[in-house]
Design a protein around this ligand. Structure first.
Ligand code: FMN
Length: 219
């Protein structure tokens, strides 16, 4: 039995990224009835803040010291969130593009879970090593604009580039993505047709999600 974490970063009930992710998960559950899927709705979840005590704790850990006093208390909350994050075999992340990047609640979550000694390590010999290797990640990304190859806005896509970068940093190598482009720019019929196409792509990908033959492959 595998455990799947579904991280959802849109607050909108009518969200396109959620609609496609939910189709992906429905197909996944059908193919893997023994597996467990847990939803982490970032706009409802209790995510610790990252304030001065958390930053102090992070710097202490990077210096090889144990956090003290209020930094220690703050670090306990960070560790709890990271332990939850690490307790899964497969990850599905549905996110809108906001201001060419990701919504602030997802950034807050990332600021909490990307920590030395917990999701990555550093040594002068080896440099940085991510600790999340061997677990597949499916990104389901919606955006109002188009950002396709050759489009004038192509270089403004800091959503997918950032997510691939930061999750790659903590060790994810099997990262796939499905995009729903033009949700606010295209005509409604076009948006519906593109969403249905993304759903078809998602259902197909769900059937082999995390299977050994796909490790390292890109869609
Ligand atoms: C605060 C905010 C900022 C946004 N910024 C961008 C943006 O920079 N580029 C873009 O293409 N679309 C932008 N959009 C549009 C969303 O990406 C689009 O509506 C997308 O479908 C939202 O995802 P969802 O349907 O899963 O909620 C923005 C929407 C909001 C609410």
């Amino acid at each position: 039995m595998a455990k799947v974490l579904y991280i959802c970063a849109s607050p909108r009930a009518e969200s396109y990224s959620k609609r496609v992710a939910e189709a992906f998960l429905q197909a996944y559950r059908g193919a893997n009835p023994q597996d467990v899927v847990e939803t982490l709705d970032l706009f409802r979840a209790d995510i610790p803040p990252f304030l001065a005590p958390q930053a102090k704790a992070k710097y202490a850990v990077m210096a090889g010291q144990a956090p003290q006093d209020e930094a220690q208390t703050a670090w306990t909350g960070v560790i709890k969130t990271i332990n939850h994050f690490k307790g899964f075999d497969k990850y599905v992340l549905a996110s809108p593009m906001w201001n060419f990047n990701i919504p602030y609640r997802l950034k807050q979550y990332i600021d909490v879970i990307v920590q030395p000694g917990l999701t990555f390590t550093y040594s002068p010999d080896k440099g940085y090593t991510g600790l999340m290797a061997g677990r597949p990640l499916m990104l389901i990304l919606s955006r109002g604009g188009k950002y396709g190859p050759g489009d004038p806005t192509e270089t403004y896509d800091f959503q997918e580039t950032y997510l691939r970068g930061i999750f790659g940093f903590i060790g994810f190598t099997d990262v796939q993505s499905i995009r729903i482009n033009g949700t606010t720019m295209n005509k409604p019929e076009q948006v519906e047709s593109d969403t249905l196409q993304a759903i078809a792509e998602a259902k197909k990908a769900a059937l082999v999600f995390g299977s050994p033959v796909l490790v390292g492959a890109k869609m």
